[in-house]
Design a protein around this ligand. Sequence first.
Ligand code: PEP
Ligand code: MN
Length: 357
Amino acid sequence: MHFFITLIMIIPKEPKLTVEQLSAVTAIVEEYDCKLQAIVGHHRSVYAVLGEERKTVMVNRILGLDFIDRFDAVDSPFKLMDSSSELAHHKIVLGNHIVGEGPFVIAGHCTIDPKNPNLFIESAHAVKEAGAKAIRGGVWKPRTMPYSFQGDDASVKILMEARSQTGLPVDTEVMDEHQLRIAVEAGVDILQVGARNALNYSLLKSIGQMTQNKKIAVLLKRSMGMGPINEFIAAAEYIAAAGNPDIMLCPRGTNPTMDGYRNYPDESITPLLKEKTWAPVIVDPCHSVGRAKYVPSAALAAIAYGADGVIIESHLDPQRGIGDDPKQSIKPAILKQLITDIEAIWAIKNRTVPVEN
Ligand code: PEP
Ligand code: MN
């Protein structure tokens, strides 16, 4: 699958092409398997050629027509993830949910405790009851210290048990090919690429290759050090170019932190992402603010900014949790209220007439 987005704009000498001129240009363009699209302005029309790649001969033939003034070429660096790519209308389906149609809430433990599988399963039922559409649970964990609990292959079974009991898709982070293989074979629905690995291009390529045509989605976190938005979209492009375009972008806070929060909250990049790419945006407010009490406001802000959903750490008894759960997991009762509020904001957001400029 290789699409190359080169947008060639043809500008006629007169304000618009006549019917005969239009059919002459269309005939040339179609010979090269491209399409011509008129962009009709008040005073002037221009004509976009959408095609697989720049065809020098085609362009020269069009420029040779005496009613054509010039052309401008616009290349997007994102052949697949660009909002004007052939995938612009691509939809990601997870469980019964089409991402983008109604808020998509992923919730569950930061980390699965393999010594206490029932607690994870009970939390999974509770977050489903609260309205979550998918379950998260960390099988393997990126930890700052090598002595902290690193996760356990055995927890995949617990995650998949939660899947079969709740009927909801499940999400877990993979950090290397060993974990990737286990997760894919087990049937995990959403593979999370964590903030620490969002720039690990070898891993991104392996994920794209190994999940091709398997109906597995990828939740790509924004790395804490990522500045330019294009760097984030380029990471997604790696996965798509390797074979899997089912990618959701996940802002999760960046460094340096905002004093008092775990990271610098970045849900506000959502509208910018949505302008550049068609990929759904699922914000992670927990890792961004890092404290349970701040999570609901940050989640609502994300939806107000136009996010397609949020991923939330939620635990029946956060104090008995491991990993991040004691500090930033919200209880399912809070999650339930939050999802009600998210739906209210979603409804307001979707009736708001977008303001230009
Ligand atoms: C997580 O989701 O638990 C996690 C480790 O996230 P991040 O990669 O954003 O730090
Ligand atoms: Mn976590």
